[in-house]
Design a protein around this ligand. Sequence first.
Ligand code: DHE
Length: 526
Amino acid sequence: MSLRTALQLSLAALLAGLFLAGAAQAGEVEVEALYKTRCAECHGAGRLGGQGPALLPQNLKRLRKKAALRVIGEGAVATQMPAFGKILSKSEIAALADYIYTPLPQIPVWGKEEIAASHVVYRPDLVEGDAKSAKPVYDADPLNVFLVVETGDHHVTVLDGDKFEPIRRFRSRFALHGGPKYTSDGRFVYFASRDGWITKFDMYKLETVAEVRAGINTRNAAVSADDRYVIVGNYLPHTLVILKASDLSLVKIIPVSDGKGNTSRVSAVYTARPRNSFIVALKDIPEVWEINYEDNPPTGFSGWVHDYRKESGEEPSSERFPIRRTKVDSYLDDFFFDQDYIYLIGASRDGGGQVINLDARRVVAKIDLPGLPHLGSGITWKYKDTTVLATPNLRTGEVSVIDMKTWRTIKRIKTLGPGFFMRSHENSRYAWVDVFFGPDRDAMHVIDKQTLEIVKTLRPEPGKTAAHVEFDRTGAHALVSIWDKKGALVIYDAKTLEEVKRLPMVKPSGKYNVYNKITLSEGTSH
Ligand code: DHE
């Protein structure tokens, strides 16, 4: 364990101790007993989740305590969460809220047995996919279908991308986060929830095939280029979990450690198709990992040594999934690849960007990136005789445009506030960026990719956050989310920038077009 982690844990333990001592002195509620009778059935005896979400500070980070008090008192709409306001006193509700924001004394175990016990195959007949001649159960072009994740009531809408009509709407796991990941032909898709659930869904039959809980607090998941494996990166516990993509059974758990006793959360894991590998950024160890998933990993390739297990003295259970570790200048929170997957462009929490050559295994350039760039939603396009990378910024109201030959910032486009998501399409002259934070969060900027100027600022629904754009297959339409419980999906003509259609939706967060994702369009996230 690193010194920083140790200090954090001791501080957390101290605070937890102070809280418990205070509560005991006040002789108020027996909060553990209260939790057991009122909450454990759905949220798990150990607060690790069950039918309801996990109630740990790490999983609740995005729910303010005030909102938690309200949910306990009033219940949550469109969920099984009942209202306890009439059964429990105000102090009991407050004690429960404090309790669920108190860290557990130690990182809970989520290993082989727990993962296997959570594994369910609902449709064994669909595990391998059925006949190659299989057809979707709907008429729409399966490659121009969108999945729209509606986080307001934890549902997903399958949307016809030609007619912009919903085909099916189904309940998802609680709090999906990150982009769902399609197999290379778009037939299946994998969702990851913040609570660690991975769901495999059949895009033709519109049925859930299998589910497994791969972690307690998960970052994201990726699918191998050969469609054989799904990898899951966790915050809790500090692991990477490799699953068989067909039925989601467990293949391997990789503890994330530097071999010297320091463990780390996973910032994110992505698939690097041309490299037949997964790339992993770590939050607490300044390293990038590359994990090869071929049956016969390249041998004459210098550095393809499973040095983590060698250093840690652990016996390798098999030589599959060798790890190649690259030291980086600081912890990576967020990153982005060039289209050839040779360079990784990373941003760290202390600011600035670094370019890592994945073949040379070293940092080759620094990038001038102020604030907190959100490289995860960076995009690229051809500009004059070069290719540029553009990224919004979570802290400052600007989009940085970087020349990928020289790694110099060639323009900082001022926006009305910090942005979260940026999008374009090969066939569109525009790039779209939201203004996610501040008084102008209902605004959406449209940038001309050749003049690098904002040409229009749309306000799809004044007063409500407009965020996250995705184009249809041909780039003719851009779909914008109105990020509100009484929200909508607003479809624009991508050339005239006029609204074409509006569909009511419940806080639609991201939307993901099958074709753009499986062809790794330069205008979208991968
Ligand atoms: Fe995300 C993607 C990290 C907060 C909505 N977000 C991602 C990815 C990462 C990430 C690493 C890429 C995963 C992938 O697609 O495989 N997100 C983080 C954070 O570190 C951060 C800032 C803090 C946290 O709570 O984890 C964060 N993210 C949020 C939100 O608060 C958002 C706005 C609402 C929510 O649902 O949680 C949010 N993140 C999203 C969305 C994507 C995403 C919609 C997928 C974007 C895409 O188009 O691919």
